[in-house]
Design a protein around this ligand. Structure first.
Ligand SMILES: [Zn+2]
Length: 280
């Protein structure tokens, strides 16, 4: 098993794509798609193949509205190539990063132009769904044991069906919070609570639990599906590379260039200014 000893590396570097958004403008659109820009579910006017989509909408316009389903396919081929090269450092870096994009693709608000509730007076809902709810509930109540990874015979179709599931769920994510907000005592919606040693205003515990209940476990379900999808992407890349012997990989140490890149990403991220458009 290749990944187990590198679990810390993988979780640390799974956030590299988010850090890269602070460094290069092209990074942002790889994390989302405002699919409602293309009409109504199931958005048939948007060709699933990149070339056909470019022909219809132009590359600029596609990039402007996000490209995660296509980017996932690029990452999948890169990871497959890394397995073929038996390059352990590359495999680990790409595995961590594809995990990030695949997890983003499972978040309903990453498939919706109203991605932070900015169009409906629900600013903050993005972090509420993807950070506050799991941070409060995941350790105690959620089960992340998933079955065995499966082989994904068509990574393109898989990426698109993931996005369509997310897009279909976005409506409930927004609507339920609106309903809850209207019926919840306004002075109990937020609370000042401690977070990493600092007192911050955030959605209160009671509000968070009530929201999770309205969603009937959607956040947990999407997270479980994301974990399963990531494991399956890794497994699929290994199979498509001809099932190389993982005990005989080269580049088992990260190169000086790799380490420089990690440092550079951290520096850009600490400067704290997003390159290009903000979209969590
Ligand atoms: Zn992201």
């Amino acid at each position: 098993m290749l990944y187990k000893p590198y679990i810390d590396f993988l979780s640390e570097h799974a956030v590299d794509p988010d850090k890269r958004r602070y460094a290069i403008a092209e990074e942002g659109p790889r994390h989302y798609i405002d699919i409602d820009h293309y009409g109504a579910f199931p958005y048939d006017s948007l060709p699933r193949k990149w070339e056909a989509a470019v022909a219809r909408y132009s590359e600029d316009s596609l990039v402007q509205h996000g490209i995660v389903p296509w980017w996932l396919q690029i990452m999948q081929s890169r990871l497959t190539a890394a397995f073929k090269e038996k390059d352990q450092a590359k495999i680990l870096k790409l595995s961590a990063e594809i995990g990030h994009y695949m997890a983003d693709a499972h978040v309903p608000l990453h498939a919706c132009s109203n991605h932070n509730g900015q169009l409906s007076g629900q600013q903050g809902i993005h972090g509420f769904w993807e950070s506050r709810v799991p941070e409060l509930l995941a350790d105690k109540d959620w089960d992340f044991f998933i079955g065995k990874a499966v082989y994904i015979s068509r990574p393109g179709d898989f990426a698109w069906s993931t996005i369509l599931e997310s897009a279909a769920a976005a409506d409930s994510v927004l609507r339920f919070e609106k309903i809850l907000s209207n019926r919840f005592p306004a002075d109990q919606k937020y609370a000042y609570e401690e977070r990493n040693g600092v007192i911050v205003r955030q959605y209160s515990t009671a509000y968070t639990i009530a929201y999770d209940q309205m969603l009937h476990g959607m956040v947990e379900r999407r997270m479980r599906q994301a974990i399963f999808a990531v494991a399956s992407c890794w497994y699929t890349a290994w199979v498509n590379a001809g099932q190389p012997d993982l005990r005989q990989l080269s580049n088992t140490q990260f190169s000086a260039t790799d380490l420089q890149e990690f440092d550079w990403l951290n520096e850009q991220w600490k400067k704290g200014k997003i390159a290009g458009r903000e979209h969590e």
